[in-house]
Design a protein around this ligand. Structure first.
Ligand code: ADE
Length: 419
């Protein structure tokens, strides 16, 4: 199998959309220009498991321009943009294994197809590729120079692997770079999650009560944007510091068991399991809409909901299922509890993915430069890469900033001056 996509006829539309996204990714374009002349990835085989979107296509083009041969599969069964997958194969000669709606066995066949290319560098969004390598293809680990991880959930899984003394490959925690999570997790998730909910349901958020479960960077972004649309936003949290932050940001904070009596729309963004479960569903209002924007489809316990339901009607709108409970109340679930922003919308806009994927591209170059010198641990992105990205992003936005005078610099490095 050289590639596996839904329909080659979608390629022309995919190409137009990839080019449209590229207009809003100036930092990545700049890296692509340099990569094309310097060839820092010459001869390197890269295997990537990412959401197959227009923005990811531009990252793949950049790695290829740098001299790498690249193979791509989906990091979620529902996030693939089939036209983009078709264009990657037809126009960019990038073998792609991804079909929106693929079942779990196909999903894993695609991951294995990427690992069959014997990649020397890998890239994950959620750590499925590296986990598969550690579980089923351990002998291959010694041929991998390093791997990049894009998301919070993936970094948590990989740190657990490291803590268990089982990590065999150096990992660069791209998610933890400031140029990634401060912008992608907050402004990207904030906008794209609201976008997914609206595309799926057409619901007016103004005047509705929206419950944001979790107040990490993604939860913060979503709560802020839902409020911006006029919703009354309730935040639920388990971390006392984050809960205080939410209160001081002006949100109502309460336990989920209380929030379910008020909420019209619920979105989970915690990274943990069973955030919405039986005891919550039984107390929800008729017509409640529930969805998830965390990486895995574990945050909403759909088995509990199915047990409570008398009937389930699939596809009452595209991506919306209706669960009718025994007492007649209805609960609507978007995208089967999978990432609502990528399943029902097109993920984060290009302008914010520009920074995330610029960080990915430079981290890849760094791993190749360091060949053999990185230990099998979870490493941060080097600070100078982040600074370079921030400076260039500001420049492309036409924003200037101040520089310290020599006197100011001296003051900041001295201890004598006080009251
Ligand atoms: N994660 C969230 N949004 C994304 C996008 N547009 N492309 C790739 N990964 C994403």
């Amino acid at each position: 199998m050289k590639h596996h996509i839904k329909d080659p006829a979608l390629a022309a539309q995919g190409k137009k959309r990839i080019e449209w996204a590229d207009r809003d990714m100036p930092v990545l374009s700049e890296i692509r220009r340099r990569f094309a002349s310097d060839q820092p990835l010459a001869g390197i085989r890269i295997g990537a498991c990412l959401h197959v979107t227009t923005e990811t296509a531009n990252l793949m083009r950049t790695l290829k321009a740098g001299g790498a041969s690249v193979t791509l599969c989906a990091s979620n069964p529902l996030s693939t943009q089939d036209d983009v997958a078709a264009s990657l194969v037809a126009h960019y000669d990038i073998p792609t294994f991804a079909i929106k709606g693929e079942q779990t066995p196909t999903y894993y066949r695609h991951l294995n197809a990427v690992l069959d290319t014997k990649p020397q560098v890998t890239m994950d969004d959620g750590a499925d590729l590296i986990t598969l390598l550690h579980k089923a293809r351990r002998a291959q680990a010694k041929t991998v120079l390093g791997s990049m991880e894009e998301t919070t959930t993936g970094v948590i899984r990989l740190k657990a692997l490291e803590k268990a003394g089982r990590l065999k490959i150096p990992i660069i925690a791209v998610n933890d770079a400031q140029t990634k999570h401060l912008f992608d997790n907050r402004y990207g998730t904030g906008q794209s999650t609201v976008d997914g909910i609206i595309r799926a349901t057409d619901v007016l958020l103004a005047g509705r009560t929206v419950v944001a479960a979790g107040y990490g960077w993604c939860g913060k972004g979503f709560a802020m944007r839902a409020r911006g649309m006029g919703a009354n936003v309730i935040v639920t949290e388990v971390d006392p510091i984050k809960a205080i932050e939410a209160v001081m940001d002006g949100f109502r904070v309460m336990p989920m068991q209380q929030a379910v009596r008020h909420g019209d729309v619920f979105c989970t963004l915690t990274g943990d399991i069973d955030v919405l479960r039986r005891e919550h569903f039984v107390a929800m209002k008729d017509g409640a809409i529930v969805c998830n924007s965390g990486h895995f489809d574990v945050e909403i316990n759909l088995k509990d909901l199915a047990k409570l339901a008398k009937t389930v009607r699939r596809g009452v709108r595209q991506f919306v299922d209706e669960y009718r409970l025994k007492d007649g109340r209805k609960i609507f679930v978007i995208a089967e509890g999978r990432l609502v922003n990528l399943a029902a919308a097109t993920g984060h806009p290009a302008s914010v993915m520009d920074m995330s994927f610029a960080t990915q591209a430079l981290a890849t170059e760094y791993v190749v430069q360091q060949q053999g010198k990185l230990s099998p641990q979870v490493h941060p992105v080097p600070q100078q890469l982040e600074e370079w990205i921030a400076v260039l992003k500001l420049k492309t936005m036409g924003v200037g900033i101040d520089t310290l005078t020599p006197k100011q610099k001296k003051y900041l490095s001295s201890w004598q001056v006080g009251t």
